[in-house]
Design a binder for this molecule. Structure first.
Ligand SMILES: [Zn+2]
Length: 152
């Protein structure tokens, strides 16, 4: 028998497990998603101390550590600060490749967030490009109620 383990190469099978779950987005997240779903409006919260407007909203300012409870409606237009083009496919993507993820700073917001850029040839997306939110026809209270951001 000897050292049989040194002669065996492990067999590895690939698989996929789907795990159903529920996630409570809380009162702040719920208000944000309800704005997207019911009114096609983008809302953030403003820190009472440093005045930064967070979109998506955060319950607490990450700089001042105080509660942010002043709601501010921001524009549905913004600027592409950065982006990446994805050319490979996997099961978790919200769209088929090639797709473009952009770091978008909405007009009136103090920071940026990541969302899809669409309605344009991925090769033509550029930093500094002005974009506008395109809302999904069927909205369900998720970030994908904004279908993507398209060039203005
Ligand atoms: Zn602050």
């Amino acid at each position: 028998m000897g050292d049989w383990k040194s002669e065996v190469k492990n067999i590895v099978y690939e698989g996929q497990i789907k795990v159903p779950y529920k996630w409570n987005v809380g009162e702040t997240g719920s208000r944000f998603f309800i704005g997207l779903r019911d009114k096609q409006e983008i809302w953030g919260v403003q820190c009472p101390q440093c005045k930064k407007v967070y979109v998506p909203p955060l319950k607490t300012c990450g700089t001042c550590f105080v509660n942010t409870d002043q709601w501010v409606k921001v524009a549905n237009t913004g600027t592409v600060e950065s982006f990446t083009v994805v050319n490979y496919s996997h099961g978790m993507q919200p769209a088929k490749p090639p797709l473009v993820y952009g770091l978008i700073k909405l007009d009136g917001a103090g920071g940026s967030f990541v969302h899809l850029i669409g309605g344009i040839d991925p090769a033509k997306v550029a930093m500094g490009m002005k974009v506008k939110a395109v809302f999904a026809d069927k909205r369900e209270g998720t970030i994908l109620d904004i279908k993507h951001f398209a060039p203005v």
